[in-house]
Every structure is written in C-alpha cells, then in structure tokens.
Design a protein around this ligand. Structure first.
Ligand SMILES: NC(=O)c1ccc[n+]([C@@H]2O[C@H](COP(=O)([O-])OP(=O)(O)OC[C@H]3O[C@@H](n4cnc5c(N)ncnc54)[C@H](O)[C@@H]3O)[C@@H](O)[C@H]2O)c1
Length: 437
C-alpha cells in the first residue's frame, strides 16, 4: 500500500449507520451525545483521549491523536440504523438497561429522534430473535438493494457528506467460506437464488461497499471475511474490517498472554467462563451463534503463544470458553478466567481473573473509534482490509497469506505507526541508540 499523498479534510457531516440498534449501539449514541453536550468524558476512546509521540523522545512532541490526523468532529456525527424491532433509540436503550435513568433522561429527546429502518433479517441466522420490523423483499438481492436505497435516502435526508457503517447487530450462526463467497459473480448469483450461505450481515456489507461506505464488523460473523466482498471493497476503494469488538475477556487475554510469552512462562490451560444476561447473551445461548463467538474467542491464544515455535511452553494448552445466559446480570457481565501457568523447572502456578465488566460500556468507545478511523482511512484513499485497526477486534482480519496479530501492544504500535506513516512522520521503533552516542 502506498502512503497517502494527502488526506481529504473531514468537511460536512458524517453519518454513522449501525445495523442493530441494541445495547452497544444505543450506548454509543447516548454517550456521544452526552460528551458533545459537555456532560461526560469519552473514557475508553483512543481517538478522543489518546496521544501520540512524534519524533525523538527529546523533542517533546506529544499531540493528541485527533490533532495529528484530521478526524471528524463529534458534533458532525449523525446516527442512524436498522433493527428487527421498531423501538426508537430511547426505548431500545431503556430496554437494554445499560445506562441509568439519569443519563438516559438527559438524552431521551435526542434518542427518540433516532428510529430504526426496517431490517434485512432472517431468523435462520439468529435463532433466538423474532422481529416484526423487517423488509419483505423476495430475494436476498432485493433486500440488499433496499438497504442501498436506505443508505442513499438517509444521506440525502440528513445532508451528509460521508457515511460509515459499523455492524452492531446480533451474532449470526456459524458459517464457513464456500464456493459462492469466492468471487462477486457467484456471490450475487447466490443472493438472487436465496442461497443459505448468504447471511443478512453480508447483505448490509455488500450494500455499504456498493454505496462507497466503509464497513466495520463488530460481531464474529463471517460477513466481509470472504474474497467476494474483499475484492469488491478493493475495486470500489472502500475500507473494510473486523471481526468482533475486543472488549472484556479477550482484551484481558491479549494483555496477559503476551506477558507470559515475553517472560517465557509456560501455559497448560486457560478456562474462561462468563455469565451474561442481555439480549446478546440470549442470542449466544443458541449453539449456532455461540459457535461463531467461540471460534472468535479461541483464536487469540494460539496466535499469540505460537506453540510451533515454543513447544516446551505451549504445546498442549487446554483452552476452553463458556458463555452462560443468566438474565439477572443484564449487561453487567462477569467473566472468570482460571489460568494454569508454569515457571522455572516446570513448577505450576495459577492466576484467577474475575472481571466484573459492563459489556456495552466497553464496546461503545470502540464503535466511536472505528467510525472515525474508518472515515479517516477512506479520506486517505486506503481501501480493503484495514489491518492497522486490529487493535479493536477479537479476530482481526488480515491478508490471506498472513496470520492475524492479536497482541494488544503490537496492535497499538501498528495503529500509531500507521497514523505517523499517513502523516509522513518518522516511525517509532523504540531502538533509541542515538540517545547514547
Ligand atoms: N458488548 C460487547 O462487549 C461486545 C463485544 C464484542 C462483540 N459484540 C457484538 O456486538 C453485537 C451487538 O451487541 P449488543 O449487546 O448490542 O446486542 P443486542 O442484542 O442488544 O443488539 C443487537 C441488535 O441487533 C438486532 N438485529 C439482529 N439481527 C439484525 C439484522 N439482521 N438487522 C438489523 N438488526 C438486527 C437485534 O434485534 C438487536 O436489537 C453482538 O453481535 C455482539 O456479539 C459485543
């Protein structure tokens, strides 16, 4: 990829479209509105709070990221979305139960104005949901064309300059890449034939890319992780990426595992279990959707620990992940990890992590950062898979000949170096030999 010659300024308004207006999406919208009114702080958002060192350590140049690269301003964001339920964002946020009555009260009027468009939905892909607010198109191709029209209408109605789409809808059943996913002609033929390998999320992605709208996948669904849509994105100069927001347990995993490897400590097993009571938890109670999530959560350790390179330390790891739907907890998930490690001479040790987290509180700033960075990428002329945004994903997408990078700290370095590279700043290697000449 060539370095962008220039980055178009973020003039005008940026539409942020979320398929799915549930817990994550409405927490994101409410939060941005509270921040832009000066009633809250965007905790968890790298684009809003993060800084970036430039040049030598002696230069003391540490601007905010948003001062280095031209990001859209929060005031210029306009929200829209689709859902299988007709609830506006205020009702959906109240049902999700993430934010308290006080916070919701402050933005209730604003959230009421955000009404979902009818979803492209099929219960075969999300068994636990039954929704009435759905499109009636005969074929999957018709549905996707309706989504394209929705995007155009939304842009026109809100006088937007640009759009991005961030998938915040449910986790679909597990799908494997098939022949119909390999090229665009087969893919579109399959859409017209209502082929089962074409999931609703793929229709949104196809519509977005065709409308020149960057697409980020917040769920572990296959969606844009197929050659047909990746090639389409390259041909249309549209940035894409995914999959699955990296929020609670996997965030911790991709912090701890690199530490063990850095110190050459061994690992025998890692047992992760969760109790979760929101709608996402209910959807994941279906074995098909759980399988999609499980695959996404399992990948990280293998890639970080590289058992092929370190057989003495990581040859036989027992890695298990469980998610239990437990309604009393709502969005306030509890994730336990039992980690069996070993040290010098093979002596065993254990680490226990009990993370009482709030799922959507962790995910909302990720939606914001992805929307702003994907828009930046597009204005910088970057297209196809945006591997530099792996930092935000549990199962980062990358070029077919590469393995994904899961280590959070390498991901952050990659992200920041990409920003430096975009702006023609020196990349930071952390060598620092020049300070000791
Ligand atoms: N919160 C987190 O920490 C986190 C982390 C990683 C990934 N995710 C993923 O983000 C997604 C959203 O999570 P959530 O907690 O907001 O879930 P949620 O159930 O509260 O919201 C998802 C919404 O998507 C809607 N939906 C389902 N299929 C749709 C379709 N085809 N078109 C339009 N709308 C559709 C549902 O009706 C629901 O309202 C899930 O896939 C979840 O697995 C969440």
């Amino acid at each position: 990829m060539r370095r962008p010659a220039s980055i178009a300024p973020p003039k005008g308004k940026l539409g942020v479209l979320t398929p799915g207006m549930g817990a994550v999406s409405t927490t994101f919208m409410a939060g941005v509105e509270l921040v832009r009114r000066g009633q809250s702080v965007p905790v968890g958002s790298l684009t809003q709070l993060g800084t970036i060192r430039l040049g030598k350590r002696t230069e003391n140049r540490v601007p905010k990221i948003k001062e280095l690269v031209p990001l859209a301003k929060l005031d210029d964001l306009v929200f829209g979305g689709w859902d299988v339920f007709p609830d506006d964002a205020s009702q959906a946020a109240a049902k999700a139960g993430v934010l308290d009555v006080q916070d919701l009260g402050k933005v209730q009027k604003f959230l009421k104005t955000i009404k979902p468009m009818k979803a492209a939905f099929d219960q075969n892909y999300v068994k636990k949901l039954q929704g009435s607010h759905v499109k009636k198109g005969k074929t999957k191709f018709d549905l996707a064309e309706e989504l394209r029209q929705d995007i155009r209408d939304f842009k026109k109605k809100n006088k937007l300059d640009r759009l991005v789409m961030v998938w915040c809808a449910s986790t679909e059943v597990f799908l494997k890449p098939e022949a119909v996913h390999q090229d665009l002609a087969s893919f579109e033929k399959a859409m017209k034939a209502n082929h089962p390998a074409i999931a609703p999320s793929m229709l949104y992605a196809w519509a977005a890319i065709n409308e020149g709208v960057p697409f980020a996948n917040g769920a572990p669904n296959l969606t844009v992780d197929i050659p047909a849509l990746q090639n389409l994105a390259r041909d249309r100069n549209v940035p894409i990426g995914g999959k699955d927001f990296k929020t609670g347990q996997t965030l911790m995993k991709t912090v701890l595992a690199p530490a063990f490897k850095a110190r050459m400590l061994g690992l025998n097993g890692w047992f992760s279990t969760n109790i979760l009571g929101n709608r996402d938890g209910e959807v994941l109670d279906d074995p098909g959707s759980f399988k999609t999530k499980e695959e996404s959560k399992l990948g990280a350790l293998e890639y970080i620990l590289q058992p092929n390179l370190y057989p003495e330390l990581y040859k036989t790891i027992h890695h298990k992940v469980r998610i239990n739907y437990y309604p009393p907890r709502g969005d306030n998930k509890e994730g336990w990890d039992n980690i069996d490690i070993f040290g010098w001479l093979g002596y065993p040790m254990q680490i226990k992590v009990d993370f009482l987290c709030r799922d959507s509180i962790l995910a909302a700033p990720i939606v914001l950062d992805l929307a702003l960075f994907f828009d930046l990428a597009q204005r910088a002329g970057m297209r196809g898979i945006q591997e530099w945004l792996s930092f935000y994903f549990k199962s980062p997408m990358c070029a077919p000949e590469l393995y994904p990078e899961h280590d959070l700290f390498i991901q952050l370095m990659k992200l920041k170096n990409t920003l430096r590279w975009m702006k023609g700043e020196e990349l930071i290697t952390h060598l620092g030999a020049e300070y000791y000449d």
